[in-house]
Unconditional design. Structure first.
Lengths: 116, 113
């Protein structure tokens, strides 16, 4: 079974530029998550989708971050404009079950973003 | 406000000995706890979990202990192997947080041959 795919793996941009990350979850997984992991910290949930609907985006900085999950499969996370403090690893995860119960999350390898 | 804390950033253990990784939480409504393991340049992978109705869960060399009164859990690895060298994240979840995973900051384990 293929795992969660993410691209690109690394990205370096200048502040105020825009950037987009792509995630392809495990086939059949209803729930998709985007996390931000700053160096020395644990992953922090940015947004959670169930199918193509947003379940939780309470910690997404909506003035600069946006995410979508078209057709309930792939997802993109965008930052526009980027700030220095956005430098982090962006992790995508997916889970089989819905958002109303405990279920194992499978993580992709992440995209390491450096903002100069 | 850190609801899940891993106070030891790093731990070094000799191969064959026991590794004990600790985690504390503040939210008494958390009722499900997980440990994830992360190698460099890879995403975290699920290791073991425990529900608040239990105080111990074992899976091979890995055992998680939960002390609800102290709001503390620990992961024991016996015997430790060099391949266990990784960053270990504790995570907690509960219905009042809509089952979101709240992660600690991680502990880097080094198992010396």
């Amino acid at each position: 079974e293929a795992g969660v795919a993410q691209s690109p793996r690394y990205k370096i941009i200048e502040k105020r530029q825009s950037v987009a990350f792509w995630c392809n979850p495990i086939s059949g997984h209803a729930t998709l998550y985007w996390y931000q992991q700053i160096l020395g910290q644990g992953p922090k949930l940015l947004i959670q989708f169930q199918n193509n609907g947003v379940v939780d985006d309470s910690q997404l900085p909506k003035d600069r971050f946006s995410a979508e999950r078209l057709k309930g499969v792939d997802s993109t996370l965008k930052i526009q404009p980027a700030k220095l403090e956005d430098s982090a690893v962006y992790l995508c995860a997916s889970s089989l079950a819905g958002a109303s119960t405990y279920n194992e999350q499978f993580f992709g390898p992440g995209t390491r973003l450096t903002v100069l | 406000d850190q609801q899940v804390k891993q106070n030891s950033p790093s731990l070094s253990v000799q191969e064959g000995r026991i590794s004990i990784l600790n985690c504390d939480y503040t939210n008494s409504m958390f009722d499900y706890f997980l440990w994830y393991k992360k190698y460099p340049a890879e995403g975290p992978t699920f290791l073991i979990s425990i529900s608040s109705i239990k105080d111990k869960n074992e899976d091979g060399r890995f055992t998680v202990f939960l002390n609800k009164s102290a709001k503390h859990l620990s992961l024991h690895i016996v015997p430790s192997q060099p391949g266990d060298s990784a960053v270990y994240f504790c995570a907690a979840s509960g219905v009042d947080s809509s089952y979101k995973l709240i992660f600690g900051s991680g502990t880097r384990l080094l198992v010396r041959p």
